[in-house]
Design a binder for this molecule. Structure first.
Ligand SMILES: [Zn+2]
Length: 111
């Protein structure tokens, strides 16, 4: 893996109330988002703040966004050995913050 990863621009779009942020099907690789509830790959794993011991607030999830499937506009051929954003087997990185202590933690789950 290179020292610096390939760079992607992110366009933020507020999700209208009642609408899902992520499609229910054919969503592998396109599940990155901010806020709401995490879409867990495995069982929920909300970390506790090491400062105040309270559950931390979910801020973001970053998908294996180069996953090689037709619905994914950023797919990279999985046979070419050039995928950089692949967390285990199409896993996800979850980012949490405690806004009282300004602590952060991330959790990685494999798909
Ligand atoms: Zn805290």
């Amino acid at each position: 893996m290179p020292e610096v990863l390939r760079e992607y621009r992110i366009k933020f779009e507020k999700v209208p109330e009642g609408e899902p942020a992520i499609p229910a099907d054919e969503n592998l690789g396109i599940r990155s988002k901010l806020g709401g509830e995490p879409i867990w790959c495995q069982k929920p794993e909300v970390p506790k703040c090491k400062g105040c011991k309270e559950k931390m607030t979910f801020v973001a999830q970053i998908d294996s966004m180069e996953h090689d499937e037709g619905h994914n506009p950023n797919r990279i051929n999985c046979l070419g050995n050039d995928q950089q954003y692949m967390f285990g087997d199409v896993g996800m990185v979850y980012v949490f913050v405690c806004f009282d202590c300004m602590e952060t933690k991330s959790v990685l789950q494999c798909g």
